[in-house]
Each structure stands twice: as C-alpha cells, then as structure tokens.
Design a protein around this ligand. Structure first.
Ligand SMILES: Cc1ncc(C[n+]2csc(CCOP(=O)(O)OP(=O)(O)O)c2C)c(N)n1
Ligand code: SF4
Ligand SMILES: [Mg+2]
Length: 308
C-alpha cells in the first residue's frame, strides 16, 4: 500500500475515533497536531486506557516536557503539568511520591526524553517508581522543525545533518531493559488497536513502565514514515515468558525487524512509592512530630537508636 493510502487510512481511523463518546468524556482542547501526526494515536490510546480502566479525570496526572508531544496534557481532561524541556520524569516521580493513589503518566518526545532529558530514564527505571512513560518517538525534533534527534537512524538527512546523520541511534527499549525497568513495550501509531492494548497493560503494571511509540512526524521526517514502519515492524510472538529478560533483549536487538508488543514484564517488584509509604508509616509510629525515617529501610527513634 502506498504511503499516501496509509495516511488516508490513518486519518479515517482518527476521524472515526473522534466521534466516539470517550473523546467527549476525556478530551479537552482540540489537539493541534498536524493531520496524520502519529501523536494522535498516543492520545487516543490514553483516552481508551481511561475508559477501559475506569480512571476518572481527577485520578490521572499527565506530566510532559517540551515538544509537539509536550502539549499532550492540554488535550486530556485530567490534571496536567507541562514542565521544562527534558525534566518530565523527575517531576512525575515527585507527583507519585506526594500522592501514590494517583495514576501518573509521563508523555514526551524522543528529543525531550533521550536528548536533553536522557539522564533521567535510567534513574526512573532503576527506582521502579509506579509511573508509565509514553515516549512518542518520531526520530526528529518536530516542534523546532526537523533537527536530528537521539533516535534518528545513522545516515538520515535532517535539517541539521544535510550530509547524513553520523551517529548511531539510541534505543529506548534496550536502555530501559538494561536499567531495570519492570515493564518494557513498543507500539506503532499505525496499529492503534495494538497500541491501545499495550498502554492499558502498561498502566495496570505496578512499577515503572516504558512504552516507546513509533509515531511518524508527517511534516518534518521524510525517512521514518508509516510506510517504512508497516514494512519493518512485526508483532512479537505470543505465548512467551515475559519475565525472560535475555529473550526480551534478543528480540529488542533483532536487526532486521522492529518488533512491537510487550518485550518484558516483571510483576511483584517493590516500587519506590510502596517503599516510601512503608518508611512514612514507620516514622509515624513515633508520633511526636519528629521525622527521622531513612531510605535505608531502617528508622531512627530520635535518640540515635535504629529500629527495624
Ligand atoms: C532548554 C531548552 N532547549 C531547547 C529548547 C527547544 N526545543 C523545543 S522542543 C525541542 C525538541 C522537541 O523534540 P521532541 O522531544 O522529539 O518532541 P516532538 O516535537 O518531536 O514531539 C527543542 C530542542 C527548549 N524549549 N528548551
Ligand atoms: S510537526 Fe511533526 S510531530 Fe509536530 S504535530 Fe506536526 S507531524 Fe506531529
Ligand atoms: Mg521527536
């Protein structure tokens, strides 16, 4: 199928979804993405997840950075925080620790999350804080008109690499696996049903979940197109042991194919928020106004004595 035809197909999908009740219930401002932008599918995956899991508007917080993707919180009827470039993950971690009963999502672009904010992904992953990171990856800086990004493949011509990108791309799936994320997945905007299902599972997961979304920028990226991804992507085989980290890494490293689906899921790992709530409870036992909890899991009684 030609790229043009694919784009038409996506636009038809989007216009159908827009008519649905879930958009009336969960949408807010009219999204200002370009027609056909892959980010629409990410947005509808969030609406779908809210409906599917019965999450009310006041129970959800979306934190974003800067970029076309960074505008996300304005389009969802929930609490939102449009922060500075690259700092969405630490803000979201703070929100979750302040009120663990909230569902906290981070939505951001490849430039935001892997370029200027790239140092935060390993720490969010290793802390296993119970938030979901939806990384809308178009392999380009969309908002600022097409500069090379951390996930741009080698050799791609962009506005800042007129002779081709000399660097190798980062892979957020492998990065998250290596740094201890307990849920790692990849979806594609051109297959919205699969993406919807992935986002539901990611939010249901207790712990840090990463969903990379292959989300074509139809205005500034002529290389990473719907057409390319329809050809190169393939759903991961079903009936796998999702706790098998080596196998997940193998699928993530398969050069010839780009796999989509859930690569890895390890349930039952204590989350940062659970740990902190436990510490606060212990500190509360003293009930005398002193806050003496330590993050080692032990609590001082105020007289230098350590109580388990
Ligand atoms: C500190 C800082 N540096 C640079 C910028 C300019 N800037 C705005 S968005 C952006 C990149 C956006 O790319 P990405 O995160 O991939 O999001 P997309 O627009 O592709 O969705 C840049 C470099 C900024 N806003 N703030
Ligand atoms: S510039 Fe690209 S990423 Fe931004 S809204 Fe348009 S298509 Fe989407
Ligand atoms: Mg981008």
């Amino acid at each position: 199928m030609s790229e043009m035809k694919r784009k038409e197909e996506i636009l038809v999908n989007i216009s159908q979804v827009r008519k649905k009740k879930i958009v009336e219930k969960h949408g807010r401002l009219r999204p200002i993405f370009c027609g056909g932008c892959g980010h629409f599918a990410g947005l509808h995956a969030v609406y779908h997840m809210m409906s599917e899991l019965g999450i009310e508007n006041h129970q959800l917080v979306i934190v974003s950075g800067i970029g076309c993707s960074g505008r996300f919180p304005m389009f969802v009827n929930c609490y939102g925080f449009h922060g500075v470039h690259g700092r969405a993950l630490p803000v979201a971690l703070g929100v979750k620790l302040a009120n663990p009963s909230l569902t906290v999502l981070v939505v951001g672009g490849d430039g935001d999350g892997l370029g200027i904010g790239g140092g935060h992904l390993p720490h969010a992953a290793r802390s296993n804080v119970d938030i979901t990171y939806i990384l809308l990856d178009n392999s380009i800086y969309g908002l600022t008109k097409g500069q090379v990004a951390p996930t741009t493949p080698s050799g791609d011509v962009t506005s800042t690499t007129p002779y081709g990108n000399p660097s190798r791309p980062l892979d957020p799936v492998k990065l998250s696996l290596v740094h201890g994320a307990t849920f790692v997945a990849r979806g594609f905007s051109g297959r919205p049903d699969e993406l919807n299902a992935i986002v539901v599972e990611a939010v249901k997961h207790r712990g840090f979940s990463l969903v990379q979304v292959l989300s074509p920028c139809v205005t500034f990226n002529r290389n990473e197109t719907y057409e390319k991804y329809y050809e190169m992507t393939e759903p991961l085989p079903g009936e796998r042991d999702l706790t098998d980290w080596d196998q997940a890494m193998k699928f993530a490293s398969a050069g010839e194919k780009i796999y989509t689906g859930i690569f890895y899921q390890k349930p039952g790992v204590k989350t940062l928020d659970e740990f902190c709530v436990g510490v606060i409870r212990k500190v509360g036992e003293f009930d005398d106004g002193r806050i003496t909890g330590s993050l080692s899991g032990k609590v001082e009684n105020g007289e230098g004595k350590v109580v388990e």
